[in-house]
Design a binder for this molecule. Structure first.
Ligand SMILES: [Zn+2]
Length: 192
C-alpha cells in the first residue's frame, strides 16, 4: 500500500449531470423531494452508488443549486453520502464555504431522500443551510441494515436552536421504496 497525495477528484455520474442540466425550479416541498427520490432511484437502477439522493435549492425560488447521490462504493470514499456530495457541489457553485444568507444574497435548503446520518447532520450544521427536507426516516434506513450512527433527539434540537428547520416524512413511501429496491437487488450494504 503506497502513500497517496494525489488531488481528490469527485465525479458525479454522467446521467446526473445530464439530468440536472435540464431541471427547472422546484417550487414546492413535494417537487423538491420527488426530485431527490428520483436521483436515489436512478442511482440504484444505474448501479452508480447507494440508494440516496440529495439536492440544494435556493429556499425562496426553488432554483436547483447542486445535486448529489451516494458515491461511497464507486469512489471508495466513506464520506461521499448524497448530502455531503450535494453540499460540496453547492458550495463550489456559489463560491463560498457557507450557504447561509448573509453573506449570500439568498438562503439555501437541503432536500435529502433519507434522514441524515451522524456525519451528514454534522455537515448540515456547518454548511449554512437553513432548512432540511427529509423523505425516508432513520428507521427506514436502519430497517434494511444501514447504520445511521449516533443521531439523537438532542442532536436535532441543537441544530434547530441554531436556526435550522427540519421537515420530515415528505414523500416518505416513495423514498422508502428506493431503499427497499436496493435491498431486493441484494446490493452490498456499507456503513451508511
Ligand atoms: Zn450520511
Amino acid at each position: 500500500m503506497s502513500l497517496c497525495t494525489d488531488p481528490l477528484h469527485i465525479a458525479l455520474p454522467e446521467w446526473l449531470v445530464l439530468l440536472v442540466a435540464s431541471q427547472g425550479p422546484c417550487v414546492s416541498d413535494r417537487e423538491r423531494m420527488q426530485f431527490v427520490v428520483q436521483l436515489a432511484a436512478e442511482n440504484v437502477e444505474r448501479g452508480t452508488g447507494g440508494p440516496f439522493g440529495a439536492a440544494v435549492f435556493d429556499e425562496t425560488t426553488g432554483r436547483l443549486v447542486a445535486a448529489g447521490v451516494n458515491l461511497v462504493e464507486p469512489a471508495n470514499n466513506a464520506a461521499l453520502h448524497a448530502e455531503v456530495v450535494a453540499l460540496m457541489f453547492a458550495q463550489r457553485a456559489v463560491g463560498s464555504f457557507t450557504l447561509s444568507s448573509p453573506p449570500l444574497a439568498t438562503a439555501h435548503m437541503l432536500a435529502t431522500s433519507c434522514a441524515p446520518c451522524a456525519m451528514c447532520l454534522g455537515a448540515v450544521h456547518w454548511s449554512g443551510v437553513t432548512r432540511v427536507l427529509i423523505g425516508a426516516s432513520r428507521e427506514d434506513a436502519t430497517a434494511i441494515g444501514f447504520d445511521e450512527g449516533p443521531v439523537f433527539p438532542e442532536s436535532l434540537r441543537y441544530l434547530e436552536a441554531r436556526g435550522i428547520r427540519f421537515t420530515d416524512g415528505v414523500e416518505r413511501e416513495a423514498a422508502r421504496a428506493v431503499l427497499q429496491r436496493f435491498c431486493d437487488l441484494k446490493r452490498p450494504l456499507y456503513n451508511g
